[in-house]
Design a binder for this molecule. Structure first.
Ligand SMILES: [Zn+2]
Length: 257
């Protein structure tokens, strides 16, 4: 019998907010596998199947219109006001906002569920996915534009929006497979892994908010429809994907120890 998740939900938003696209979530999962210890890999694969983190990486997005978890839509993001102080941002990790999403609460709740029952299939699939979303800059976008979803832009002449540019367009533009992309990021950033593992969740969340603020400020210059945009932001994108993988591995190593 399917186990159900008990999480307190907030109201649904009417405009879709996506996640790292399918490629992004597979990259995060692949990086996580590289940094999980053998015990964690064995236990996670026992629950999800071999390479299950990759196989199920996008399941929480795929079921958004299904009836099994109808309230899970807003677990994927936490939109915020512009111009918050670092302290205000950090406080949201414990004093969950009443509006703009439910990402922080969902992650905490899922982690508790998993610590209580490490074989909870759905909790693990949600936790792995949303742990990745947490480092997608536009998943901490501004309330007023629904995380960039209402900022209509063009990406090489194709209509898109600021949210989607960061979830999918920038990643797809690189043209790597998810395995190639993950390996390139591991080769490039492995030396920074320990420092990323040592960061507190407050520091990482504040860092994320600063990145999101910089993306908004740059967007005001209005050159998203050029090669220059991808060139300007590719290092930021790559680092966020790497951080997401490292931190997912760290969480799973702690849960499945
Ligand atoms: Zn998502």
């Amino acid at each position: 019998m399917r186990k159900t998740l008990v999480i307190i939900f907030s109201v649904l938003l009417s405009i879709p907010s996506f996640a790292w696209g399918p490629e992004g979530h597979r990259i995060v999962a692949k990086i996580a596998y590289a940094y999980m210890n053998k015990k964690a890999v064995k236990q996670v694969d026992k629950v999800l199947g071999k390479s299950g983190l990759v196989f199920w990486a996008n399941w929480p997005d795929e079921i958004k219109s299904d009836t099994i978890y109808p309230n899970s839509f807003d677990w994927h993001f936490q939109d915020m006001e512009a111009g918050l102080t670092d302290e205000q941002v950090a406080n949201m990790l414990t004093d969950y906002p009443a509006v703009g999403g439910n990402m922080f609460r969902a992650l905490d709740s899922l982690q508790i569920l998993l610590k209580d029952d490490k074989t909870n299939f759905d909790a693990l699939r949600f936790f792995a996915h949303i742990s990745g979303d947490r480092y997608c800059p536009m998943h901490m976008g501004h309330l007023e534009d629904k995380g960039g979803n209402t900022i209509k832009l063009k990406w090489f002449s194709t209509p898109t929006n600021l949210h989607r540019i960061w979830d999918e367009n920038l990643i797809d533009f690189r043209g790597y497979s998810y395995t190639e992309y993950a390996q390139i990021l591991i080769d490039r950033f492995d030396g920074e892994r320990k420092a990323i593992e040592a960061m507190t969740q407050e520091e990482l969340t504040i860092n994320n908010y600063h990145i999101t603020s910089a993306i908004y400020a740059y967007n005001d210059l209005g050159d998203t429809n050029t090669y220059h945009y991808a060139y300007r932001w590719k290092d930021t994108l790559d680092k966020q994907l790497f951080i997401a993988g490292v931190r997912l591995a760290k969480s799973l190593n702690e849960i499945y120890k």
